[in-house]
Write a protein that binds this ligand. Structure first.
Ligand SMILES: Cc1ncc(COP(=O)(O)O)c(C=O)c1O
Length: 343
């Protein structure tokens, strides 16, 4: 990317990154006296700072080179590192399409950056006409696109994303936390065509490892090198790396769980559509469904009083609840309660 270096914050361009003990040595050794570790125990050694085995398996599955992969402590860490790499506090800006995932706003605020929020249109798609004028702002460094979008559930139109990728001179991040539940390929297949593209994914959703905190960034090797320079040296614990490796080695479990979630999703859409308490069931490409009711706060309180917790999204979209797809038994409990609620 010809202007990539110009996009990196000047203080980071001139940064001498921390080099860990494990960065400096290459080769085979049997006596490790370089990192002030305790010589006893099983978790006594620092983890691989570059998560090589985990990346090898991701690379095998995606056919994307390990040099184009970054692993974060959840994709939330990736989002924050992107701010820190490209967005100068107090001066630079990022842009996103609302309503969307809340961490772009939080990360922007933490990094003292203005977040421009362009409202999605009535079908929750990007309003290009409203967006394009902002792309020429020299202080706009990063555009965050969440697709499938949280909390609306839908994929964003491919042509609009292509337009943004072509028109914008800064970094375009496509957050694909929910891509495994959508019937489209990942944007990570397009990295060669768009050097300014960063695709994020996570092990927290379809891979069932929310507790482990593993996020992925796919991008061109130069962007990945820059992210590596600013990341905390041992950002992904050995336990978490192992959990990711085990998960990738058990692909059948992942595939069958995604299928079960998708079939429950289809069932819930049908059942929700027939319930008088629900006014609207929004289309979804994710593992959750956004529904509209007459009084979301009341409905939310009624469900929590029965021990069922959904997400009240009314502040973003009036009278909506976001419902994650649970197990068949959990979904049945939810349906039973919804059927009994007074309309
Ligand atoms: C769109 C989106 N991106 C990222 C995340 C965070 O993922 P992680 O658990 O990998 O930090 C979430 C979590 O809900 C999300 O909805």
């Amino acid at each position: 990317m010809d202007n990539l270096t110009q996009l990196i914050r000047p203080n980071i361009r001139s940064l001498s990154p921390y080099t860990s003990a494990r960065d400096e040595f290459e080769g085979d050794a049997s006596v490790w006296l370089d990192a002030n570790e305790n010589p006893f125990g099983t978790l006594n050694r620092y983890p691989d700072p570059y998560q090589r085995e985990l990346k090898r398996l991701i690379s095998e599955e995606t056919r994307i080179s390990t040099e184009q992969l970054f692993i974060g402590n959840g994709s939330d860490e990736v989002i924050d590192l992107i701010f820190r790499l490209f967005v100068k506090p107090g001066t630079d800006k990022a842009l996103t399409f609302s309503p969307t995932y809340g961490m772009y706003q939080v990360s922007a605020a933490i990094n003292d950056a203005e977040l421009i929020e362009i409202p999605l249109d009535e079908t929750f798609q990007i309003n290009l006409e409203a967006t394009l004028p902002f792309l020429d702002d020299p202080n706009l460094k990063v555009v965050f696109i969440c697709s499938p979008n949280n909390p609306t559930g839908n994929l964003l139109r491919q042509n609009d994303i292509v337009t943004l990728l072509k028109r914008f001179r800064g970094i375009v991040v496509i957050d694909e936390a929910y891509i495994d539940f959508a019937a489209t390929p990942s944007w990570n297949k397009q990295l060669r065509d768009y050097p300014n593209l960063v695709v994020t994914q996570t092990f927290s959703k379809a891979r069932g490892l929310a507790a482990a905190r593993l996020g992925i960034a796919f991008a061109n090797a130069e962007i990945i090198q820059w992210i590596n320079r600013i990341k905390p040296p041992y950002n992904v614990s050995a336990l978490n790396q192992k959990a990711g490796i085990d998960c990738l080695q058990n692909k059948d479990t992942y595939l069958s769980e995604v299928q079960r979630i998708l079939s429950e999703r289809a069932r819930l859409i049908t059942e929700f559509s027939a319930l008088p308490i629900i006014n609207r069931v929004y289309p979804t490409d994710a593992n959750f469904i956004l529904i509209e009711v007459d009084n979301a706060s009341k409905c939310y309180a009624q469900l929590t009083s029965k021990g069922i917790v959904v997400r009240n999204r009314s502040k973003l979209i009036p009278n909506t609840l976001r419902v994650s797809i649970g197990t068949e038994a959990e979904n049945n409990l939810l349906l039973n309660e919804l059927k009994q609620l007074p309309t």
